[in-house]
Design a binder for this molecule. Structure first.
Ligand code: ADP
Ligand code: ZN
Ligand code: MG
Length: 484
C-alpha cells in the first residue's frame, strides 16, 4: 500500500439478509423446501393472485425475536408491515412485503474482539423468486418457489473500520443465527447474503465520506476481498483528485473487482406504504420473556465458560464454540475424562475430529465416532496403556466402524484385537534394547565415548522394534541405563 494511504480510514456498514428455517413461507402454507422442482411450492397467495390474503407465520416473529433478544435489541411492542413496490419478473405481486419505519427490532449490538458493533435494526420481509438466465441462450426462466420465503434483514451501524472487522462481524452473525437455529448460515447457498456499504475519510475527520454499496457478496472471502478492493479504489480516486459518487456496485469475484451497477440518482423509489392486508404485530412482555427463557447459551457466554471451566486457551475456546454441536461434543468428552486431559481432549477435537469432518464434508452430528469412545481413548493415553502414536492408529480403526453404537468402535476392543497395548514392562523392553545394542555396535561405541545425542537414535530403534508399543518414557530411561 502507498504511504499516503495511511492518512485514510475506512467506514463500513453491512446489510445482511438471513433466510429463515421455518417450514412454511412467511404469509402462506407453502413449503420453504429447497431444491424442489421449479414452481411447485406456490399457491395463489405467494403468486399474488387477486382476492387472496396473506396470513403471518408466527414462527417468523418468534425467530426474529430470538435474534433481536440475543443482540440486545429493543423490541417494538407494535410493529407493522409495509409494501415495497417494484417491478421485476420474479416478483409476481409487484411488491415485496417488508417493514419500513417500524422495524420490530432496533438499537442492538454484537461484540467482536472486545469491540461493539451497533445494530441499527432487524426487520422481517419476504423473499422474491429467482430469475434463471443461464439455462437457455435466448430466454430467461423464472422459478417462483422462493417467493414468500421468510427473510430477516440485519442492518449494522457504520461501526466497522477494516475488512477484518467486517469479516469478524459477519462471522459472529452467522454463528448467532446458527446457534439460535433460525437460519442455516450458508452464504454459498444464499441463506445468508451480505451487502457492504463502504466509504473512506481522512483519519480524525468527524464526517463520513460518500459511501458505495457493494452487492452480490456470496462468500466470506468475497466480502473481505470486495471491501479491500473498494477501499483502495476510493482512496486512489480521491488521491488523484476525483470524488467518490454514491453508487451501487456489484462484485466480480473472478476479476476481484467492484463494478458500478447504477447510481443512486437513478435508484428505485419504492413508494413504501403500510401493508393493508396484514394486522399489527403485537409482542407483549410474556412473549418477550418466553423468548428470553428459551435462548440457548450464546457463543460469547460459552466461550467464557469454556475458558474458565476447562482452562483451555483462547484459541481453543474460540474454535470449539464455533458450533453448538462441536461444543457439546467436546463437553461430553470432558465429562468423561480427568481434568488433566481437558487440553488433550481439546487437541483431539480441534485436529483429529475436525480434520475428518472436513474431509468427509459432514457435521459433527453425522460423525460416526461417539464422544464416549473418544473419551475412552483419551483415558487410555492418560493412563499410559497406549502412546499417542498408537492412539492415532486406534482412532483410524474407530473411524472405520459403522456407527457410534458399533461395539467394534470401543478403543479397548481395538487395542485388544490388534494387540496394541503399550509395553511398560521393563524386562520386555530390556530384551529389545539388548537386541538393538548388539545390532548397532558402532553407534554404541560412539555413544559410550560421549556422543550422547545418539540417545534419540536408540530410543527410536527400540520404539520401531516394539512396533510403537514400548512406553517411550520407560524406553528412554532404560536405554540410558544400558548404555551408561
Ligand atoms: P441508505 O439510505 O443508502 O440505505 P442507510 O443510512 O440506510 O443508507 O445505511 C445503509 C447501510 O450503510 C447501513 O449499514 C449503514 O451502517 C451504512 N452506512 C451509512 N452511511 C455510511 C457511510 N458513510 N459509510 C459506510 N457505511 C455507511
Ligand atoms: Zn404460497
Ligand atoms: Mg437504508
Amino acid at each position: 500500500m502507498n504511504n499516503s494511504h495511511n492518512k485514510y480510514e475506512a467506514v463500513i456498514g453491512l446489510e445482511v439478509h438471513a433466510q429463515l428455517k421455518t417450514k412454511s413461507k412467511a404469509f402462506c402454507n407453502c413449503s420453504t423446501e429447497f431444491n424442489t422442482a421449479p414452481n411447485t411450492n406456490v399457491c395463489p397467495v405467494c403468486l399474488g393472485h387477486p382476492g387472496t390474503l396473506p396470513v403471518l407465520n408466527r414462527n417468523l416473529v418468534e425467530y426474529i425475536l430470538r435474534l433481536g433478544t440475543a443482540t440486545d435489541c429493543s423490541i417494538r411492542e407494535k410493529s407493522i408491515f409495509a409494501r415495497k413496490n417494484y417491478f421485476y419478473p420474479d416478483l409476481p405481486k409487484g411488491y415485496q412485503i417488508s417493514q419500513f419505519d417500524q422495524p420490530i427490532c432496533s438499537e442492538g449490538s454484537v461484540e467482536i474482539e472486545g469491540k461493539k458493533v451497533g445494530i441499527t435494526r432487524i426487520h422481517m420481509e419476504e423473499d422474491a423468486g429467482k430469475s434463471i438466465h443461464d439455462l437457455s441462450s435466448d430466454e430467461s426462466l423464472v422459478d417462483l418457489n422462493r417467493c414468500g420465503v421468510p427473510l430477516i434483514e440485519i442492518v449494522s451501524e457504520p461501526d466497522m473500520r477494516t475488512p477484518k472487522e467486517a469479516y469478524d462481524y459477519l462471522t459472529m452473525l452467522k454463528q448467532l443465527v446458527v446457534y439460535l437455529d433460525i437460519c442455516d448460515g450458508n452464504m454459498e447457498e444464499g441463506s445468508l447474503r451480505c451487502d457492504a456499504n463502504i466509504s473512506v475519510r481522512l483519519k480524525g475527520a468527524d464526517k463520513f465520506g460518500t459511501k458505495c454499496e457493494v452487492k452480490n457478496l456470496n462468500s466470506f472471502r468475497n466480502v473481505s476481498d470486495a471491501i479491500d478492493y473498494e477501499i483502495l479504489r476510493q482512496i486512489e480516486l480521491i488521491e488523484s483528485g476525483g470524488k467518490v459518487s454514491h453508487q451501487t456496485m456489484t462484485y466480480d469475484a473472478r476479476d476481484k473487482k467492484t463494478i458500478p451497477m447504477r447510481s443512486k440518482e437513478e435508484a428505485h423509489d419504492y413508494r413504501y406504504f403500510p401493508e393493508p392486508d396484514l394486522v399489527t404485530v403485537y409482542v407483549d412482555e410474556e412473549w418477550k420473556n418466553s423468548v428470553k427463557q428459551s435462548l440457548p447459551e450464546l457463543p460469547r457466554e460459552k466461550f467464557n465458560r469454556f475458558r474458565t471451566e476447562f482452562g483451555i486457551p483462547e484459541y481453543d475456546a474460540e474454535v470449539l464454540t464455533q458450533s453448538r454441536g462441536i461444543a457439546a461434543y467436546f463437553e461430553e468428552i470432558c465429562s468423561k475424562v480427568k481434568k488433566e486431559s481437558y487440553k488433550t481432549a481439546s487437541n483431539w477435537v480441534m485436529t483429529e475430529v475436525m480434520r475428518v469432518l472436513n474431509d468427509r464434508k459432514i457435521s459433527i452430528e453425522e460423525f460416526n465416532v461417539s464422544a464416549a469412545n473418544l473419551a475412552a481413548l483419551i483415558n487410555m493415553i492418560a493412563g499410559g496403556s497406549i502412546s499417542n502414536n498408537i492412539a492415532k492408529e486406534v482412532y483410524a480403526a474407530m473411524l472405520l466402524s459403522d456407527s457410534k453404537t458399533d461395539p467394534k468402535q470401543d478403543p479397548a476392543y481395538i487395542v485388544k484385537e490388534k494387540n496394541l497395548l503399550q509395553v511398560s514392562d521393563s524386562s520386555e523392553i530390556e530384551s529389545i534394547i539388548k537386541k538393538v545394542i548388539s545390532e548397532n555396535p558402532k553407534e554404541t561405541e560412539r555413544y559410550k565415548s560421549g556422543e550422547t545425542k545418539l540417545l534419540g537414535f536408540f530410543v527410536g530403534k527400540v520404539m520401531k522394534e516394539s512396533k510403537g508399543k514400548a512406553n517411550p518414557k520407560v524406553a528412554n530411561e532404560l536405554v540410558i541405563k544400558h548404555l551408561g
